[in-house]
Design a protein around this ligand. Structure first.
Ligand SMILES: [Mg+2]
Length: 508
């Protein structure tokens, strides 16, 4: 009688848990064996299959690890971890050009992950060393050349970046609204500007929703209540419930509620949204000037047009007396119809200076607002959509989510090209039509390069079918140059051409 390979006791979840323990205890081979059963049982569970692939890699079964990671990439081309795993496995198999391609993808999607960026740099250095030595780029090494790039090998110049694998911009397999289950949309500069909806925003959000994508409207502005925000959005033609709006006041109130007793008094400084959010969390908002203003467990500050010196003084007294200090957000400026006005961050700074104490902050670029939005929407694969690098995109990095930058708000060409790693978006689109299109990652591409003199150059004319191609390539080239210690220069004529590309993309 033929015996079936013995099946371990328990269910998939038991195997997964036991495998994790085994792996942590230094036995990846035994972990891989258990996870093979689990992956067979639940082939759709990516966490199981990623754990299996990792265990295969750690038990030095690189061929199988590469196969498994590559399958994960094929099923979800935007999975940075699968690209990283595939790149590492291929590296071990000495398939350097393919390894470089996957590590480049992983680092482009998560530029703040140093292990991705370092692996990419090392593989590129190996490729450069082999090219220099006149060796084939892939395959086993001949005698006399070491396997790992010696520390002295300089990193390849960014203009030679990708050498063998320079390719067209990489696209997600499906449109973004089918790749991600939930869009966490910033409002100002994305959905509307002032009183007016941004062009295409309403129709694209409606289309994404009717195709099954969930949407949440996530705003740093704490002054209005979610009902007021939802009402304004409905007035622009969007269909939504009040619960689809997530404000930094709500996330701030959650921070307070997690740290003080239920029903505690909290000094509320700001617009009606601040007090309403505290109340919603079972706390008792107290206004400045009330008798109990000094006897509070916490102070929460959010933007409000009526905030006066008296309010700031009351907040300072309470914070100095030891109350928990929470700010809904720290945006320094507030764009008003008449110009730039002080934002909540400026008011909070007054209390920080007066008391010497820093607040906990809920809003972007801090993480609580997005974590709270993910919880509220039960998003498994969120896509953060925003117009601002130092709030929306940085917060997306903070929660390890993919991000889409749109150019309908505050980000201009120089700001994008000089973005620090934590400010670099995963995808770039002119406006919310990008949500309904396949995602285009920002990776190096022959359309733009930084030359040996450090100046950005464009390789050809605008591509009418994809007017932002040169900008994406330019951003990737400038970032790669900056990452190797350079300071890329943006000549005026190049800047003007890229700005014309943006205008064309917006009018397209
Ligand atoms: Mg914005």
């Amino acid at each position: 009688m033929i015996r079936e390979p013995s099946r371990p006791a328990g269910d998939t979840y038991d195997w997964f848990r036991r495998a994790r323990t085994l792996h942590d205890e230094g036995n990846p081979a035994a972990a891989a064996e258990l996870l093979a059963h689990a992956a067979q049982q639940e082939p759709a569970a990516r966490s199981v299959r990623e754990a299996w692939a990792r265990a295969l890699y750690d038990s030095k079964r690189y061929e199988q690890a590469a196969q498994e990671f590559l399958q994960l990439v094929e099923q979800a081309p935007d999975d940075h971890y699968a690209h990283f795993g595939a790149g590492m496995s291929l590296w071990r198999l000495q398939r350097f050009t393919a390894a470089s391609e996957h590590l480049t993808m992983a680092a482009a999607m998560r530029p703040a992950r140093t292990e991705y960026v370092q692996a990419r740099q090392q593989v590129r250095a190996t490729l450069a060393a082999r090219a220099e030595a006149g060796m084939p780029l892939d395959g086993p090494l001949t005698a006399g050349v070491t396997a790992d790039p010696p520390a002295a090998v300089p990193e390849p110049a960014p203009s030679r970046d990708d050498g063998a694998d320079a390719a067209a911009p990489v696209l997600t397999a499906q449109a973004l609204h089918r790749t991600y289950d939930t869009a966490l949309l910033d409002l100002d500069g994305v959905v509307y500007r002032g009183e007016h909806p941004v062009r295409h925003a309403v129709s694209c959000i409606r289309a994404a929703r009717s195709a099954g994508m969930r949407t949440a409207y996530v705003t740093n502005n704490a002054s209005r209540t979610p009902e007021q925000v939802a009402q304004a959005l409905r007035g622009m033609g969007l269909e939504l419930s009040d619960a689809d709006v997530v404000t930094s006041a709500q996330a701030g109130a959650r921070l307070v509620a997690d740290r003080v007793e239920g029903g505690a008094r909290v000094l509320a400084v700001g617009g009606p949204g601040v007090a309403a959010a505290l109340q919603e969390c079972g706390l008792r908002p107290v206004a400045a000037g009330a008798d109990e203003e000094l006897d509070v467990a916490a102070v929460m500050m959010g933007f409000g047009r009526e905030v006066s010196w008296q309010h700031l003084a009351a907040a300072s007294y309470a914070v100095a007396a030891g109350a928990l200090f929470v700010a809904t957000n720290t945006d320094l400026t507030y764009p008003s119809a008449r110009g730039i006005a002080p934002g909540n961050g400026t008011l909070v700074a007054a209390v920080v200076h007066a008391t010497g104490r820093e607040p906990l902050v809920a809003g972007k670029p801090h993480e609580p607002l997005l974590h709270y939005s993910v919880d509220r929407t039960a998003a498994a694969r969120p896509l953060v959509v925003g117009d601002r690098l130092d709030t929306d995109i940085e917060a997306a990095h903070g929660i390890d989510a993919a991000s889409l930058l749109v150019l309908t708000g505050v980000t201009d060409v120089p700001t994008l090209l000089h973005a620090r790693p934590e400010h670099r978006p995963t995808y770039l689109a002119a406006d919310l039509r990008g949500l309904l299109a396949r995602g285009r990652t920002l990776r190096t591409d022959s359309a733009a390069q930084v030359g040996d003199d450090g100046r950005l150059r464009l390789a050809g004319p605008t591509e009418p079918a994809d007017p932002l191609r040169r900008l994406r390539a330019a951003a990737a080239a400038c970032w790669a140059h900056a990452d190797t210690g350079g300071a890329p220069a943006l000549p005026d004529d190049v800047r003007a051409e890229l700005e014309a590309d943006v205008r064309l993309a917006l009018e397209h």
